[in-house]
Ligand binder design. Structure first.
Ligand code: G
Ligand code: G
Ligand code: MN
Length: 511
């Protein structure tokens, strides 16, 4: 049903929408935090690389100075300059050894004294720097060689890899740092490698020194962004969760509101989903159609045709019943107007009216509007007021009923016998018809007591000069019984069930 049971079917989609509205801020905020974390890591990676370059530059300055001082001595016999070579090693904290060359032949070393070793200037990156795996003295400790040459003279000073890996390790505490010199590179653990630099998964930055021929690459291991978010953003993350919960709650409440009965019915009213069905009322004697009761149906787009018991209570509660009835009358008028001129007798059209519709004089305009579609004497409008909710007699209601009668509108008391209207009430409102409730009709031939009540209702209405309509006539026996006692109008499945407008019009012309 459109207002209660279908909420179960919609529940799953409601849960989905609620979850989505909760997830949206979390996902969006999470995305923003992720980008922010990435930016922070990139910045940190760049700063680390810059700092490493600064430190390496300082060390190399120190190393280069040694070579610069020794270069003019190149060419002199090793025995004469050996002391000067050793002095530089001793004086300078980072210099491990010093060497002199003549025509690219290393002929004097602070470590070995006089030797003879050909070197290939091409091995040196930009002729200047060479990263080596080790030397004959310490084969497992990398070292960096700085070369300076001028004509045939050459000087080289070496820097211990231990200092280099120290820098890589100390500066890049949380960052991965690599030092690259030409085709070789060094890691923070002091390991020497040949070949291209490996890619660092997160926030990779590669910078070159402005002064010496080396590069530094900084970055982070896989998954660092999430680790960073987890360690740095817990308060922001809690805030996101809070927003998610709030947003989910708001989504939930808004959905509840949008599926509330009155909002759903307001939508249906605008979409003209409330349509009239017609149940013919026949004359007791001839069984000819004398008119019809207009019964509201909800032509729901998903639920199909909905009976009024399922939604009229909601409509009455929200006050929507008044515009809904107005729409029903309008549709009925539009439907009947084209065929009404052919009616020989006035067709009695009964419309169910709730008590709340009688609170002001608006009802008169609605009836006048309805009747304006027909030439005089073609249609007789009957308003059915249920006996279960009686109208309080006030000044307004008296004027209302007076003016309705002036318009020629008739009043019927619906479901008569189930409520407790007094005779005074019937006279006060100038009632024209009583509709005997179907429960009494159903008892015909079955229950002697109910039959007595039925008989007294019929007697009463004869005395009060009221027309009687018997509802819910289903058998020939009931029909004969009622006709025999002078009930003027019969309505029930025996004659016709409620039917849609076009079917009613078609059947009407046949009758
Ligand atoms: O025909 P049906 O079984 O659907 O009618 C069920 C109940 O709904 C009946 O009591 C009938 O009076 C009521 N009803 C049908 N149409 C209307 C309407 O347009 N307005 C009001 N107030 N009640 C209606
Ligand atoms: O407005 P009122 O309460 O009189 O509405 C009439 C109700 O009775 C509608 O719900 C209509 O569908 C229903 N009805 C009409 N004729 C018969 C009938 O012969 N038998 C039964 N059981 N219900 C009927
Ligand atoms: Mn009715």
């Amino acid at each position: 049903m459109p207002l209660s049971a279908n909420t179960r079917r919609k529940r799953s989609s409601r849960i989905v929408v609620t979850l989505l509205s909760a997830l949206l801020p979390i996902v969006l905020g999470g995305g923003i935090l992720y980008l922010q974390a990435q930016r922070t890591l990139e910045q940190s990676s760049r700063l680390t690389a810059e700092e490493a370059i600064r430190q390496f530059d300082l060390m190399l300055d120190n190393t280069a100075q040694a070579a610069g001082i020794l270069l003019p001595l190149a060419g002199q016999p090793c025995i004469d300059v050996n002391l000067a070579l050793r002095e530089q090693v001793t004086r300078r904290p980072f210099v491990r050894s010093t060497n002199l060359l003549w025509e690219d032949i290393l002929y004097c070393s602070s470590l070995f004294g006089e030797i003879e070793e050909k070197i290939a200037p091409g091995d040196y990156n930009e002729g200047q720097l060479l990263l080596m795996k080790g030397n004959p003295v310490t084969p497992d400790t990398a070292l960096l060689v700085y070369r300076l040459s001028k004509g045939k003279q050459g000087a080289m000073s070496t820097l211990d890899g231990y200092h280099l890996s120290n820098i890589l390790r100390l500066i890049g505490r949380k960052t991965l740092l690599l030092l690259q010199v030409g085709p070789n590179w060094l890691r923070a653990d002091g390991q020497f490698h040949e070949g291209p630099l490996p890619d660092l998964p997160v926030a990779q930055t590669t910078l070159s020194s402005q002064h010496y021929a080396f590069n530094v690459r900084a970055g982070f291991p896989e998954g660092e962004t999430w680790r960073y978010i987890k360690s740095e953003y817990p308060p922001l993350f809690s805030l996101l969760i809070f927003f998610g919960v709030m947003s989910g709650l708001i989504g939930h409440v808004l959905q509840k509101r949008s599926t509330s009965p009155s909002i759903e019915m307001q939508r249906a009213l605008e979409a003209r989903e409330f349509v009239p069905y017609f149940q013919p009322v026949v004359l007791g004697e001839s069984k000819q159609w004398s008119g019809a009761e207009v019964l509201m149906r909800w032509n729901h787009p998903k639920e199909g045709l909905v009976r009024p018991d399922m939604f009229i209570p909601f409509a009455e509660h929200s006050g929507l019943i008044v515009p809904m009835t107005r729409s029903l009358m309008q549709q009925t008028a539009e439907l009947l107007a084209p065929v009404a001129s052919a009616f020989e007798q006035p067709l009695r059209i009964s419309v169910n009216i709730t008590a709340s519709h009688c609170k002001d004089l608006q009802l008169i305009n609605d009836c006048r509007e309805f009747l304006s579609h027909f030439t005089h004497g073609k249609v007789c409008l009957v308003l059915e007021l249920t006996e279960r909710e009686l109208i309080e007699p006030t000044d307004i209601t008296h004027r209302l009923f007076e003016q309705l009668h002036e318009l020629g509108v008739k009043i019927a008391i619906d479901d008569f016998g189930t409520g407790h209207s007094s005779l005074g009430y019937l006279r006060q409102f100038n009632v024209d018809f009583l509709k005997i409730d179907q429960s009494f009709v159903a008892m015909i031939g079955a229950d002697a007591l109910s039959r007595h009540i039925l008989d007294s209702i019929i007697e009463l209405s004869v005395k009060l000069n009221l027309g009687i309509v018997a509802e819910g006539v289903e058998t020939e026996e009931q029909s004969e019984y009622l006709t025999a006692r002078g009930v003027g109008f019969l309505q029930g499945y025996l004659f016709a069930r409620p039917m849609p407008g076009e079917q009613f019009i078609k059947a009407l012309t046949a009758h």
